[in-house]
Design a protein around this ligand. Structure first.
Ligand code: ATP
Length: 314
């Protein structure tokens, strides 16, 4: 097996009494798009800065492409966008990218034109950076990050400030870089829906700790489900269901059943009611959306009393 493109071991950082990042173990394989999901202040930026060698870890270690983050092969192989997108305001888009090309010692002069095209900046190539909209400034920052075709991209909130079309473009770009060129992407976001569409794996960071990791493909199974029933006699329905081994409760004019046994065999629930002489007038399966899943996780981390979650996915 090849070594992971990024490897974090016991990574921690305190700022005075604030534990910004706490004992994070994380690996990202080549070609993966790994999204760090977290509320404001969760520690995403601090973690990314340690990956980039901009912040020294308090404890633990980081390797990028098998090297320390400040070693030349790691730096040369990494493109990044952290903090608010910045550029030389008086230089044009093309001139800004030209500076980046020289800094990265990229010989091919067409790299600038390629990056302009890749990020759809053609119309704006000769405008000064300070005249750009926030979204186009973000595109310029992304163009700078990918100009030298790095094998690792570290992107803090890459779709911030982009309009819906821009979000789709960036998603296509990153997916394409990962699939076709094997580029490894570590990104942060608080946009849950976007992360679900873009990332191959998600890590939930909360108060500096990595609470959970899972492949985005497994999300449909991970979100909680319950059944909502409407009946002619809800009190009796609850009693009949309890006797049949389906704990249920009344909520706002419905009868609610959680648990795998009920959600995986709704026909058994219906049959139990019919046998008990209760008229069933409606049965709906309700799935928790991604937003609620995330909020439930950060409010009741796995392992905490009442969290009710299985083992961490690894
Ligand atoms: N240079 C610093 N000095 C002191 N405290 C800091 C510093 N940088 C970050 N922190 C604190 O560390 C914690 C994590 O911050 P961080 O910026 O990493 O979170 P984040 O998940 O990126 O948040 P956001 O989504 O708001 O950018 C916060 O409590 C923050 O106030």
């Amino acid at each position: 097996m090849t070594a992971p493109a990024l490897r974090l071991r016991g990574l921690s950082k305190h700022y005075g009494p604030v534990a910004a990042v706490q004992e994070v173990d994380l690996e990202v394989r080549a070609g993966e798009i790994y999204a760090l999901l977290g509320l404001n202040g969760a520690g995403k930026t601090t973690l990314m800065r340690m990956v980039l060698g901009m912040v020294r870890p308090g404890a633990g270690s980081v390797t990028v492409l098998g090297r320390g983050p400040r070693e030349r092969p790691a730096r040369a192989g990494t493109g990044y966008l952290v903090e608010a997108a910045t550029a030389y305001p008086e230089l044009t888009v093309r001139e800004n990218l030209e500076v980046a090309r020289r800094l990265h010692r990229v010989r091919a002069t067409h790299a600038v034109g390629d990056a302009v095209e890749l990020l759809g900046l053609g119309e704006h190539a000769d405008r000064r950076a300070r005249e750009l909209s926030q979204g186009n400034r973000q595109r310029l920052a992304l163009a700078r990050a990918v100009l030298h075709r790095p094998s690792v991209l570290v992107l803090d909130e890459p779709v911030n400030g982009l309009d819906p079309a821009g979000v789709v473009e960036v998603r296509t770009l990153l997916t394409d870089l990962a699939r076709r060129h094997g580029t490894t992407v570590l990104l942060s976001s608080h946009l849950l829906g976007e992360v679900a569409r873009l990332a191959t794996r998600v890590g939930v960071l909360h108060r500096g700790r990595l609470l959970e990791e899972f492949p985005t493909g497994s999300l449909p199974e991970r979100v909680h489900r319950h059944l909502e029933l409407t009946t002619r006699d809800d009190d009796r329905a609850v009693d009949v269901l309890a006797a049949a081994g389906f704990p249920a409760r009344r909520r706002a004019g419905t009868v609610v059943l959680a648990g795998d046994r009920a959600t995986s065999r709704p026909e058994d629930v219906a049959a139990a009611l019919v046998h008990g002489g209760v008229a069933l007038t409606g049965l709906t399966e309700v799935r928790e959306d991604l937003e609620s899943h995330f909020l439930r996780l950060v409010q009741a981390p796995p392992g905490a009393p009442g969290a009710g979650e299985g083992p961490r996915a690894r």
